[in-house]
Each structure stands twice: as C-alpha cells, then as structure tokens.
Design a protein around this ligand. Structure first.
Ligand SMILES: [Zn+2]
Length: 357
C-alpha cells in the first residue's frame, strides 16, 4: 500500500466515524409537542389549526357541536386527538355539560368519561379543561385514572393549578401522565404566542422535551402559521403520544450562536483521535485531494448549519483547517424562532392558569 493510499484510508475511516456520529447526534433533537385545546365550537378557527403540520395535536370538548366532525377530519390527517375533559374549577364560571366534579362518585366519573370517549372517535389521550378543583383532589383524580386504566389512554395534565394530583393519582395504574409546561396564549396576541413558543424551545433544549398548550384564538392561529415553519432544526415537533413512546433524551445540540463559529485561525491545540494519525504525515497537502477537501467542507458546513454537536464540529474544523482550500464564506445567519432565546430563558416559571373555552 502506498503512502498516499494509507493516508486516504485514514481519512475515509475518520469520515465514517464522523458520519456515524452525525446520525447519532441528529437523533438527539429536542422534542416539542403542541396541543390546541377547546376544539369543537369554532369551526373556522379549528379548521385553520387543522392546516398546521399533523404533529400539532388537538383536544376536543366531548359535548361540542363540531367535535366529532373535527375528530374525523383530524384522524384522516394522521393527527393525534385528545379528549378535552371538562373538570370543575375552583372559581365560579360557566361550565360545560357533564363537567367532572370532585364530589362525584367513582361510578359517576366513570360513566361520564366513558360517554366522552364514545363521543370523540380516534382519541388516544385525555387532558383537562379548567379543573383546578378537580385535579387538586387526589381521590377524585384516582377515580379518573381508574376509569382510564382499561382504555389505553394517556393523561396530559394541563396544570391549571400548582397543587395538581394527576401524577400521584396515576401511580399504580397503567395510565401514563404528561405535564403541560407552557401556555401559548394566556394573553391573546401574536407577540405573546411568539414569546411563549421561544420559551418552549428553550425548555425543550434544556430538558429534552416540552409540551405547550394553546387555543384556537385567531392570534394563536396566525402566530403558529408563521412560527412553526421557522422552528430551529434541532427542535422536533411531535405529538404527546410520540413523546411517550420515544422518550426525548437531553439534546446534544447547543443553542444557536449569534455569530458563525468558523474560527479565524486553524485549531491545533486539541485533535483528539486524529492526532496520532496526522502526526505521521508531515505534509498537510498530502491528506487532501479535491474530493476529500470537498467532502470535509460539505460535512463541516452541514454540521455548522444544523448546529449538531460542538465537539464533532470542532474536530471537523481542525481537519478542514489542515487541508488546502480556498477561502470559505461563513454560513449565512439563519432567521429562526429563537431570536430572543436569551430573553426567553430569563422568563420565570409560568403561574398555573385556568383556561376557558
Ligand atoms: Zn379548555
């Protein structure tokens, strides 16, 4: 084997390692689930929500006039459907028919839940509409979980009160519980939804996954149509059910830097697994060849664009810097949802809020 062939083999082995690393890291994207509540009353707004990507899930009020129609349409789209189960709030408010109340018996709660499941076809999960009184009552929520145990449903706790007992109540049952962390439209403006979606993105990156809940308000609809196509590439839009079966790992992805990360000078101080190999060859130009230069440039740019993994990018950069190449333009700055990420991260935890239809 000639010296040149040996060098090519080394470079090829390195590229295989890097490519497999890329696949591993891209699988570790952070998960974001968006659920739109209160479906079934406002057909026009609901239909606009159904124009969003099918990963956006919907929660249907079981006694709403268009609930069944919306469930059938959403199911045809492959969209996940939840039952938006009316549960009693602490404050006096107009209530949906068949609202669950903490004073109800296990049998009464079971009857109402079974009726709701019969009214909303294709549903696979349930979340609470209002419910600050109901969800903070452990016994009442144990009745809910017992009723859901045979259905295969998951329960998404909308967290309308800090003292919710949903998770505790599901212990010992097969019901899996998820929690909402962000409300997208407590204030009904596009700006609020943008701000809250940025908060959700920041939380997803920090934790690996996050669930945000919104409503079919015109401002939410407009904002989501604009912002969902701009979600950063490291954020994977998923349904809550997908989140349960493909538990998100903490993202290996770093937040998007404000400036391109291409260094001005070659990186020489750290060349992990590459060092012993390259030290054998003195002439940098020997590693190159147009094909390899182009390949490494492409991989590097893909990494920088997608912001996948800092360490892999650093190693690739050091390889690239060792190659003869023309000047490279830094990757163009990407406009994304996360432009105010730093500000969003400082926003304190959201107070529990009661949502209304
Ligand atoms: Zn609701």
């Amino acid at each position: 084997m000639t010296y040149r062939q040996k060098t090519k083999n080394i470079v090829l082995t390195s590229l295989l390692f890097i490519t497999s690393s890329l696949i591993t890291f891209s699988a570790a994207a952070a998960q974001l689930a968006i659920v739109i509540d209160d479906f079934g009353y406002r057909k026009q707004d609901d239909n606009r929500i159904l124009e969003l990507p099918p990963q956006v899930s919907i929660a249907i009020l079981p006694n709403s006039p268009f609930g069944k129609e919306m469930a059938e349409k959403a199911h045809r789209q492959g969209r996940e459907i939840l039952i938006h189960m009316p549960m009693a709030p602490i404050s006096k408010q107009p209530l949906e028919r068949d609202t669950l109340h903490p004073s109800m018996s296990a049998a009464e709660i079971d009857t109402l839940i079974k009726a709701a499941i019969a009214r909303v076809p294709y549903a696979t999960g349930m979340n609470n509409h209002m419910g600050s009184a109901m969800t903070s009552d452990l016994t009442a929520m144990q009745h809910v979980m017992a009723s859901l145990s045979g259905s295969g449903f998951y329960f998404l706790d909308s967290v309308t009160i800090g003292s919710t007992k949903a998770t505790q109540a599901a212990q010992g049952t097969p019901v899996r519980v998820l929690r909402r962390q962000v409300f997208l439209d407590n204030v009904q403006t596009e700006e609020e939804t943008r701000k809250q979606l940025n908060r959700a993105v920041a939380l997803a990156r920090k934790q690996g996954s996050v669930i945000a809940i919104g409503h079919p308000h015109p401002s939410t609809v407009r904002a989501l149509h604009k912002l969902i196509p701009q979600l950063p590439p490291d954020i994977e839009l998923v349904s809550p059910g997908y989140m349960l079966t493909h538990a998100g790992k903490p993202s290996a992805v770093k937040p998007q830097p404000e400036k391109p990360v291409v260094p001005v000078k070659p990186v020489v101080k750290e060349k992990p697994w590459l060092t012993p190999m390259t030290e054998q060859c003195e002439g940098k130009a020997e590693i190159g060849g147009e094909f390899y230069t182009n390949y490494i440039n492409l991989l590097t740019e893909a990494l920088l664009r997608d912001q996948m993994n800092g360490k892999v990018a650093e190693v690739l950069l050091s390889v690239r810097m060792a190659l003869p190449q023309p000047d490279t333009a830094p990757p163009a700055a990407k406009e994304s949802v996360s432009t105010d990420l730093k500000a969003a991260e400082k926003v304190p935890a959201e107070p529990a809020a009661e949502t209304q239809r």
